[in-house]
Write a protein of this length. Structure first.
Length: 293
């Protein structure tokens, strides 16, 4: 099967490498020459435009930051759409606004091109070892046809509904993670101000009802003052903005998401946008004049 991949960043590069490793004929494009060179050294073919990727591929994957980047990759001059012919498939794996995914699907359907939204969860290490979780929206038959390809990149691949459902699922995930980090930060700020040792508090509660994957992953980072990403504050702001845009369009109230969004803005305004999202703790440290360590 001839495959194409656009967007060779933190996540896209290792995902594309896994497709090459599995023996697929892969054509790649990114604005960054270095990333293309690395893939070519692994056996991929370089393209100069998205159009060229689409001309040479049956299935084209995109993995870029946000909705406008996907739109540009697909529909700008020299973009994927110019190289597509009927029967080809585009699979967008970026985390974007689900309403934008639905719009892209409609525009591609006019070319008789199928579209799946298939965002992922799990960071760079999981992209490298092929164990990311992939949530997929779109036509069920199209999903079944491409499931094997997705399984090369993911440890779990789950169909969640019509087009846009993949990104709605991902937004729900991002809302839950952000609120959980804020909840953990709030609890540990209280304990620290009361004079307790955060490490002892962690040992006491992380296996109880308050325990979570977030608590296990992020509290040790807070205690060690290690805010190396991981998942950047800037990207989480992007996801919560997409969650709020979607909730406003659907007339759903997300009051806690709006609150944590403002906390993330303060963290960013303080110069910490490139920190891991566990830096939400820094907001609580600032307003309470303490450090959780
Ligand atoms: P990144 O910024 O590292 O990489 C994006 C890449 O896309 C860059 O190399 C950029 O040059 C390229 N690009 C952008 N627009 C392009 C275009 N029009 N044509 C060609 N190339 C283009 O981002 P990332 O961390 O790999 O994240 C990608 C997506 O995956 C985002 O939506 C992010 O939210 C999501 N995600 C990231 C993580 C993570 O831990 N980093 C985890 C899960 C999901």
């Amino acid at each position: 099967m001839k495959l194409g991949f656009i967007g060779l960043g933190i996540m896209g590069k290792p995902m594309a490498k896994n497709l090459v490793k599995a023996g697929h004929d892969l054509t790649v494009f990114d604005f960054k020459e270095d990333a293309i060179k690395e893939l070519v050294a692994d056996g991929a073919t370089e393209a100069k435009t998205g159009k060229e990727v689409a001309e040479k591929s049956d299935v084209i994957f995109t993995m870029v930051p946000n909705s406008p980047n996907v739109e540009a990759a697909l529909f700008n001059e020299g973009g994927v759409a110019e190289g597509l012919t009927a029967g080809k498939t585009v699979i967008d794996m970026s985390s974007i606004n689900p309403l934008a995914s639905q719009g892209f699907a409609k525009r591609l359907a006019k070319l008789n091109v199928g579209f799946l939204d298939a965002p992922v969860s799990g960071g760079e290490p999981k992209a490298i070892d092929g164990s990311i979780a992939i949530m997929v929206g779109g036509d069920k038959d199209l999903y079944e046809k491409n499931k094997d390809l997705l399984e090369i990149m993911g440890g779990s691949v789950t169909y969640v509904g019509a087009v846009g459902a993949g990104n709605t699922t991902k937004l729900a995930n991002q809302v839950i993670v952000a609120l959980n980090i804020a909840a953990v930060s709030e609890g540990f700020a209280l304990a620290k101000k009361a004079g307790l040792d955060p490490k002892m508090v962690f040992d006491a509660i992380h296996t109880g009802l308050a325990g979570s994957t977030v608590m296990d992953a992020k509290v040790p980072m807070m205690i060690d003052r290690n805010f190396k990403p991981g998942f950047r504050v800037d990207l989480h702001i992007k996801d919560l903005q997409n969650a709020l845009d979607t909730s406003h369009a659907l007339h759903v109230g997300l009051p806690l998401t709006a609150e944590v969004m403002e906390i993330l803005q303060v963290v960013k305004n303080d110069g910490n946008g490139s920190d891991d999202h566990s830096a939400i703790a820094k907001f609580y440290e600032k307003i309470n004049d303490l450090t959780i360590d």
